[in-house]
Write a protein that binds this ligand. Structure first.
Ligand code: SAM
Length: 221
């Protein structure tokens, strides 16, 4: 249950020195220091973070994962990469948490520039739709944490869930779809199918995927 993992009471309580020790040698708060900008929600085994780490070496990122053992695996994986590649992979970390409850405990208003929801659990039954990580209500929270211009990336191999995520985003006043041209030039879009363990599994099986990529916009008057 949630009581087994610590939860920061506010974003300024997140100890960056634990997550990024080389970049933050002490836990003293340094005003104006860099903050986490990318969140991979339900990061699973961490493949996306690892790909993003070298693509955006100056950006701090975190994976959020509910399963304890999976989180520990990702921690070990990152540590091993740090040891094997001195100076690299210092900008990624993982935290065990329930993202559906605690996102605002980790990120301030407008702090994030990218959020990822890759191959989330489908929760097929109607009565379980409230467990889906994308919903109108949760999009309000994600819009709060994303800066204007920030991007939310979603992908699934479950067509019904893909339609659901797209419909939630489409109807939300603070999100607007990226154009085909914008999707083509965004290097991150290619990683959605290739970088995560789940994406690779779907690709191996020749499965179809359904993505929705939206930008956080200002409310229109
Ligand atoms: N994104 C990864 C990928 O594409 O390989 C993992 C996909 S896996 C199907 C979904 C992951 O979301 C699981 O690892 C699960 O434990 C995690 N998850 C489910 N609900 C969550 C929640 N409320 N908070 C954090 N993680 C959650």
């Amino acid at each position: 249950s949630d009581s087994h993992f610590p939860i920061p009471i506010s974003p300024c309580q997140v100890d960056y020195s634990l997550h990024y020790p080389q970049l933050f040698p002490s836990s003293d708060k340094i005003d104006g220091a860099k903050k986490i900008q990318f969140a991979d929600v339900g990061c699973g085994f961490g493949g996306l973070l690892i790909s993003l780490s070298t693509l955006f070496p100056e950006t701090l990122m975190i994976g959020m994962e509910l399963r304890d053992k999976v989180t520990e695996y990702v921690k070990e994986r990152i540590l091993a990469l740090r040891v094997g590649n001195p100076g690299q992979y210092q900008n990624i970390s993982v935290v065990r948490t329930n993202s559906m409850k605690y996102i605002p405990n980790y990120f301030e208003k407008g702090q994030l520039s990218k959020m990822f929801f890759l191959f989330p659990d489908p929760h097929f039954k109607e009565k379980n739709h409230r467990r889906r990580v994308i919903s109108t209500h949760l999009l309000d929270e994600y819009a709060y944490c994303l800066g204007v211009g920030g991007i939310i990336y979603t992908i699934t191999d479950v067509e019904e869930l893909g339609e659901w995520m797209k419909a939630c985003l489409e109807s939300h006043p603070l999100f607007e779809a990226l154009t085909k041209e914008e999707l083509e030039v965004d290097p991150v879009v290619k990683l959605l199918t290739s970088a995560t363990e789940e994406g690779q599994k779907v690709a191996r099986n020749g499965g179809q995927t359904f993505q929705a990529v939206y930008r956080r916009v200002m409310p229109s008057l």
